[in-house]
Design a binder for this molecule. Structure first.
Ligand code: SAM
Ligand code: SF4
Length: 324
């Protein structure tokens, strides 16, 4: 079966947040002072297995594990293996990279295929400020480990924030010249309950980011991309890697959205940018969880809104609890 929503969008990509915890405190994501252990009721390996099995029956083709920081979750390899055993080839993680060098072998052995690593700056001081204390050297070790292990593609994500890391856009693009790295610039979304005026002042449209790169390297060459992928990809002429722009605010891609999210506390989130969450925790405890989750997923897809709200607004839940 191929699941489509009421607007005709094929739902095929599952995003699973496996923990609300993180070892970074990025200014655009993480409120200070979150707990150090997963709260009771956090998604388990069996929950992931059942959710993905139901998703596969409904035509899911990819699973991405996120968080919080998914690599702080001890059971991540078992979760990856469960997704592969359910029949999903394309199993990926989005990570801040700090624990990647250490954990990559077990993740690959479990069947990990792809990684996205967040890297908001090349300058260690700018990086430390944005992540509130992060050590960029650990992230570089993770990136090097992913490249050495032959993972492909290795995508790097940077959220661009005026006055913080907009000066890093060109140095980050430079990384693609001699290595097969795929640098993606993400527009800052108002998901952290920042004061509205501060958010507006710090927002940088993707077109401006692209202009900066073209001023430095000349016109970018378009690269073929999957229309349901959020990033439009380009190449600096002669570069080994690519640069891409994820512009959810200035160029919303809702009409091609193929995602359904499961939060770490077992809520189904049909859209990142609307508050609607369906509490599907009881389905995981049902006698036949896969059967119950089929209904839950069908219900979630049916309620997927046509568009998300990218305007600054007070959010019930910050990014960390949802999973980007
Ligand atoms: N901890 C992992 C990481 O940082 O890659 C995974 C979770 S993080 C929430 C997933 C992605 O969401 C990251 O690439 C991060 O940069 C992005 N993100 C977080 N807050 C954001 C915001 N306010 N606007 C745009 N992207 C955001
Ligand atoms: Fe943690 Fe990722 Fe959020 Fe940064 S973006 S605070 S690394 S979850």
């Amino acid at each position: 079966m191929k699941l489509t929503d009421r607007y005709g969008r094929r739902i095929k990509d599952l995003r699973i947040s496996v923990t609300p915890r993180c070892n970074f405190h990025c200014v655009y994501c993480h409120p200070l002072g979150l707990e150090m252990t997963d709260p009771p009721g956090t998604v388990s390996v069996a929950d992931v297995a059942h959710f993905v099995q139901a998703g596969v029956i409904l035509g899911a083709e990819s699973v991405r594990f996120t968080g919080g920081e998914p690599l702080v979750r001890k059971e991540l390899p078992e979760m990856i293996a469960a997704a592969r055993e359910a029949g999903v080839e394309d199993v990926a993680v989005t990570t801040n990279g700090t624990l990647l060098r250490r954990r990559l072998p077990e993740l690959m052995e479990a069947g990990l295929r792809r990684v996205n690593i967040s890297l908001d700056a090349r300058d260690p001081e700018v990086f430390r400020r944005l992540t509130r204390g992060g050590d960029i050297r650990q992230v570089w070790e993770g990136i090097e480990a992913a490249l050495a292990a032959g993972l492909h593609p290795v995508k790097l994500n940077a959220v661009v924030i005026r006055g913080e890391n907009d000066g890093e856009v060109v140095p980050l693009a430079e990384l693609t010249l001699e290595r097969p790295l795929h640098m993606r610039y993400i527009e800052y979304m108002h998901l952290n309950n920042a004061p509205f005026e501060e958010y507006r002042a710090q927002f940088v449209p993707g077109a401006e980011t692209r202009r900066r790169i073209e001023e430095a390297f000349g016109p970018l060459e378009p690269v073929d991309t999957d229309p349901s992928a959020p990033a439009r990809a380009f190449r600096i002429p002669g570069a080994l890697g690519t640069v891409g722009f994820i512009n959810p605010v200035s160029e919303p891609f809702c009409s091609n959205c193929s995602r359904l999210r499961l939060t770490s506390d077992k809520k189904l989130r049909p859209c990142l940018l609307t508050e609607l969450e369906l509490d599907i925790a009881p389905a995981f405890d049902a006698e036949d969880p896969v059967e119950a989750l089929l209904d839950a997923i069908l219900g979630g897809a049916d309620q997927k809104p046509a568009f998300g709200n990218t305007l600054p607004t007070r959010r019930q839940r910050v990014m960390l609890g949802i999973g980007g």
